[in-house]
Design a protein around this ligand. Structure first.
Ligand code: LRH
Length: 478
C-alpha cells in the first residue's frame, strides 16, 4: 500500500475548511488548503446558511489543493440536520439555519400526532427542536413540499454540486429522525405518518462508497482530474470526529468540542431504554455501523458568541489567548450555570443572559470579562463531566478516560477543569479530528490504509500525540 492525498471538505457552523490529508499505512499528515468563516445569515424570512458562498469557498479550497498535489478523492462533512429542498435540479432557496426559531412550531406539529416516546423508540434520537423531522413539518405546512421533490442534507448538497449525484449519507441521515435506528433504513411508515412524501429522501449510501465523479465544469474550475471521485465519509461532522478519536482500548468516552460539545461513548448497538430517553441521550449512526451514544451540550458557541459581541463593542477583535489567561487567574466563587438552558441557543451576547440566569438562581453574576469567560468555561466543564457520568451509567460502560477532540481540545483551562470535575484524565487532541476522520475513511476506501476503526485510531494516536490532563481534585461523589 502506498500513500495517497485526499481532500476533506469540513464545514463547521462557525468556520469551514478544505484540508489535504496524506495517508498511508504509517503516514497521516494534514495541511490546510483553505479556511473561511461561516455563520447564520438573517433575512426577513428567518436565519439561513449562505451555501452558495460556502460552495464558492469549497471550490477555491479544492483549487489550492489541486495546485500542490494530485488529489485522489474528495470527502465532505458538515454539521447535521439542515438541508436544502430541490425540485428537479433547482434548489428552492437557501437552507434554513437550525437556530431559526420556526422549529418550535414544527415540534408542536409533530408531537400533536407522534409523542416523543414513540419517536424515540423508532429513531433513538434525543429531542432537539431542530431535528430535521420538525423542520420538514413546517415545510409541509407552508406548502413547500407541494413543490419540492428532493431533500439533500448539507454535505449531500455539496456532493451534488460537485457530482450531480443525489444521495443521503447514512451517518448524517441518522440525525433527521426519519431513519429507523435498528435497520438504519429510511423509516417509510413514520415518513407516511408525518405526511411527508417518501420520494423526498434519496438513496442511502454508507461511508466509503463512491457518490460520483466530479462534473466537467468542476474539474475545469478546480484543476482536479476529471475522474476525481467524491467518496462518502462520515458526513455528519461528529461521526468523522469520532473516527479520529484515539480510543484504542475500552473505557474511553469522547467530547467532540466545537460549536457544540458532543459527549458520549461508542456502542455496538443502540441504547433505547427509558432512562436513556429521559436523559435525552441520542443514538446517532457511526461509521462501520457503530452507534454514537451521546448528548448535545452547548459548546464553544457560548464563548464565541460572547467574544464576537465584545469585539463588535470594542471595534477590534478581543484577544482570546489573553482572555483565557485572565479567566484562568480568576479566584473566588465562580457562577456555574446550566449551559444547556435554551436561552443560550439564539445568536448574540451571552453575558446578559448569564447575568439573568444567575439572578433567577440566586447566584452572584460574573462581572468582568475574565469572570464571564471563566464562568462559561466552568459551566461547560461541569456539563461535560455530568454528561460523561450519565453516558457511562446509561451504557453500562466503565469509563476511565475522556478524549477531548476538536477546537475545545486546545483550551487548557477547559480540559483541566473537565478532568478536575469528572475525576478522570482528559486526553486532548487531535484538534482537527473531524477532518482527520474524513480523510481516513477516504484513504481506506482507496486502499491506502486498511482495517478497523481501531487500527485507524492507532494511526491517529501515533501521528498526533495527544496531551493528557490529570484531575487535580478527587472525583465528586455520586
Ligand atoms: C455539530 C453538530 C451536532 C448537531 C449540530 C446541529 O457540528 O453536527 O452533532 O447536533 O451540529
Amino acid at each position: 500500500m502506498s500513500s495517497v492525498s485526499v481532500a476533506a471538505v469540513d464545514l463547521g457552523a462557525t468556520s469551514g475548511r478544505v484540508m489535504v490529508g496524506r495517508v498511508g499505512p504509517d503516514t497521516l499528515e494534514l495541511s490546510q488548503a483553505g479556511r473561511f468563516p461561516n455563520g447564520p445569515l438573517a433575512t426577513p424570512d428567518g436565519l439561513h446558511w449562505n451555501v452558495q458562498q460556502l460552495y464558492a469557498h469549497v471550490v477555491e479550497g479544492l483549487r489550492s489543493a489541486a495546485a500542490t498535489e494530485t488529489i485522489a478523492s474528495i470527502g465532505i462533512d458538515s454539521w447535521a440536520v439542515d438541508y436544502a429542498l430541490l425540485r428537479g435540479d433547482r434548489v428552492l432557496g437557501e437552507p434554513f439555519h437550525y437556530r431559526d426559531d420556526r422549529t418550535a412550531h414544527g415540534v408542536e406539529l409533530v408531537h400533536a400526532d407522534e409523542p416523543f416516546s414513540l419517536l424515540y423508540a423508532r429513531n433513538g434520537l434525543q429531542f432537539l427542536p431542530f431535528n430535521t423531522l420538525y423542520q420538514l413539518a413546517v415545510e409541509r405546512e407552508v406548502g413547500m413540499l407541494d413543490v419540492a421533490n428532493r431533500m439533500l442534507l448539507i454535505p449531500d448538497l455539496i456532493a451534488w454540486y460537485l457530482t450531480g449525484a443525489t444521495v443521503a449519507e447514512s451517518t448524517n441521515a441518522s440525525t433527521t429522525g426519519l431513519l429507523d435506528v435498528t435497520t438504519k433504513e429510511w423509516d417509510g411508515e413514520l415518513i407516511d405518518r408525518l405526511r411527508l412524501p417518501r420520494s423526498l429522501f434519496p438513496r442511502l449510501v454508507q461511508p466509503g462508497q463512491t457518490i460520483g465523479t466530479i462534473l466537467p465544469h468542476v474539474a475545469t474550475g478546480t484543476g482536479l482530474a476529471g475522474t476525481t471521485p467524491v467518496v462518502a465519509v462520515g458526513s455528519h461532522d461528529t461521526a468523522s470526529a469520532v473516527v479520529a478519536t484515539p480510543m484504542m482500548e475500552p473505557g474511553g468516552a469522547y467530547i467532540s468540542c466545537g460549536t457544540w460539545g458532543l459527549v458520549g461513548v461508542e456502542t455496538e448497538t443502540p441504547v433505547l431504554t427509558t432512562a436513556a430517553r429521559e436523559a435525552n441521550f441520542t443514538n446517532e449512526g457511526g461509521v462501520d455501523g457503530r452507534t454514537r451514544f451521546l448528548h448535545n451540550v452547548m459548546g464553544l458557541w457560548l464563548l464565541n458568541e460572547t467574544v464576537a459581541a465584545w469585539s463588535r463593542e470594542d471595534g477590534a477583535p478581543v484577544d482570546l489567548v489573553s482572555l483565557l489567561k485572565a479567566a484562568t487567574d480568576v479566584t473566588g466563587e465562580i457562577a456555574v450555570f446550566d449551559a444547556n438552558d435554551p436561552r443560550f441557543s439564539p445568536p448574540g451576547d451571552m453575558s446578559p443572559r448569564i447575568a439573568a440566569y444567575c439572578e433567577e438562581h440566586g447566584m452572584q453574576a460574573p462581572q468582568t470579562r475574565a469572570e464571564i469567560a471563566r464562568s462559561i468555561v466552568e459551566s461547560l466543564a461541569s456539563a461535560f463531566a455530568d454528561a460523561v457520568r450519565t453516558a457511562a451509567s446509561l451504557s453500562g460502560q466503565d469509563v476511565r478516560r475522556i478524549h477531548m477532540v476538536g477546537g475545545g481540545s486546545q483550551g487548557e483551562l477547559l480540559c483541566q477543569r473537565t478532568a478536575d470535575l469528572s475525576g478522570l484524565p482528559v486526553v486532548a487532541g487531535p484538534v482537527e479530528a473531524t477532518a482527520i476522520g474524513n480523510v481516513l475513511v477516504q484513504a481506506r476506501a482507496l486502499g491506502a490504509v486498511g482495517g478497523t476503526l481501531e487500527s485507524m485510531r492507532d494511526l491517529v494516536a501515533r501521528a498526533f500525540s495527544p496531551r493528557t490532563y490529570t484531575p487535580r481534585t478527587a472525583a465528586p461523589k455520586g
